[in-house]
Design a protein. Structure first.
Length: 108
């Protein structure tokens, strides 16, 4: 195995094998994340305020292997305001939001 293959996580090799186009941008033609955020992008305007329920710590934006997918999922700065709500306090460290709130899952 070449050094180059050792530097790439195994899942990327599987994706590249199953979806040959994966090598061009690290996403496949059937990528639901790309489809969802492309649709969201088409609906958003500069004055949009978005409420992200279950936003978590922003792992998708931070850890995604594809620069294109990371850019597509980064909403802060593209719209007026991103408000995040989650039951996990990790939401407070989400870098892709303007405002974050921890909520009680039992509504107390």
């Amino acid at each position: 195995m070449s050094r180059e293959k050792n530097d790439v996580p195994a899942i990327l090799h599987i994706e590249n094998h199953m979806y040959p186009e994966f090598g061009a941008g690290y996403f496949a033609h059937c990528d639901c994340t790309v489809a969802f955020y492309t649709r969201l992008d088409a609906l958003m305007q500069p004055n949009t305020t978005l409420l992200n329920l279950g936003a978590g710590r922003g792992r998708a934006v931070l850890m995604d292997a594809s620069p294109f997918r990371r850019k597509l999922q980064t909403l802060r700065g593209r719209i007026k305001r991103v408000i995040a709500v989650d039951i996990d306090a990790a939401v407070l460290s989400n870098p892709d939001v303007d405002e974050a709130h921890v909520i009680d899952p039992f509504g107390v």
